[in-house]
Design a protein around this ligand. Structure first.
Ligand code: AVJ
Length: 322
């Protein structure tokens, strides 16, 4: 077996899978959930009644689209509307439609790690909002912040919906927000969704649905390793396990081995064994309150311009400026 340091990984995926599966305890990054099957499973998650986040944000955007659009175009300057992790754009289309109907001068720049998601989004926008100028960008958040930084001189509005920031530990979120702040200028805005702390059962249900969609979504990372890295994980030997800590507001997803498992991953020249009940940590979905969002903003040199929420305050969208 080669030493990790001498390995020549041909992708970030290979490197991170190797590191995560040779670490103790084991972990894999949730950013690798989103291949073609993962995109589809996440769409199924968004359609589940238990996954309240999507409906909440959809309703917040619908109820406040005039006010939000007015904020975006307050100075009547043409802008580029960037969206990090655009996905299927279902929620964004509320704002896009409203902006186009009001003859706002702007272009839409959806960013996603999944080229597949971008292709589908572009096709659906062409059909549904033909007058919209769309310029997709494929890449990770960190890579594409650079593109945002170097974009044309236009004013920038950056959307980061879906509480996607919740996949980051606070320290990583501060890093990310600092990068974001460095990528914008005075007058630019950031519009971001933060899922809120609430009844712990509501959160657990959202990440542990009875139909098993979330379990399939979590296990898909193993299927992806099998397919792309020539692995032989037996998916049936793992269960999806969710915990929520109401003190820290952190929901964590695990894959737990229900029996001893041996795995060979050819492309990594790697053989691993998991003991019965050994875990692979795959995702965090952080929940927030105003104090934490204010702390994050403060730590990263951003200030809160306004916020929008639903009647139950299950979810909030905050507007930040530099
Ligand atoms: C896309 C990161 C916002 O954490 O709520 C859904 C992903 N994971 N169910 C989330 C997810 C399990 C989702 N985000």
């Amino acid at each position: 077996m080669q030493n990790q340091k001498t390995k020549n990984f041909t992708s970030e995926f290979e490197k991170e899978v190797f590191e995560g599966l040779t670490a103790y305890p084991k972990h894999l990054s949730s950013k690798y959930f989103y291949d073609e099957i993962g995109d589809k499973l996440f769409q199924d998650i968004m359609a589940m009644p238990e996954y309240y986040l999507t409906d909440c944000e959809f309703n917040i955007l619908g109820a406040n689209k005039s006010e939000i659009s007015a904020l975006f175009q307050a100075d009547n300057v043409p802008f580029s509307l960037f969206e990090l992790g655009a996905g299927d754009g279902k929620k964004t289309k509320i704002l896009l439609n409203h902006l186009v109907e009001n003859k706002t001068v702007f272009d839409y720049r959806p960013i996603d790690i999944s080229q597949n998601a971008l292709d589908q989004l572009e096709a659906s926008l062409k059909a549904e909002i033909p007058n919209l100028e769309v310029n997709p960008i494929q890449g990770t958040y960190f890579e594409t912040l650079r593109d945002i930084n170097q974009a044309n001189g236009r004013k920038k509005i950056i959307l980061f919906l879906g509480s996607n920031i919740g996949n980051l530990l606070h320290e990583q979120a501060v890093d990310f927000l600092n990068n974001l702040r460095d990528s914008i200028n005075e007058g630019d805005l950031v519009f971001m969704g933060f899922d809120q702390k609430k009844h712990p059962q509501t959160i657990l249900d959202a990440y542990n649905d009875q139909t098993g969609i979330t379990a399939a979504f979590n296990k898909n990372i193993l299927r992806r390793i099998n397919r792309e890295l020539d692995g032989n994980f037996d998916l049936d030997k793992f269960i999806h396990w969710e915990v929520y800590d109401p003190e820290t507001g952190t929901a964590k997803s695990f894959l737990v081995a229900t029996a001893p498992v041996s795995v060979t991953i050819e492309r990594l020249g790697l053989e691993i064994r998991l003991n019965q009940w050994e875990t692979i940590h795959t995702e965090i979905s952080q929940k927030y309150d105003d104090a934490v969002v204010e702390w994050l903003a403060d730590k990263s040199g951003l200030s809160i311009v306004s916020q929008f929420t639903d009647a139950q305050q299950h979810y909030k969208n905050y507007v930040f400026k530099k």
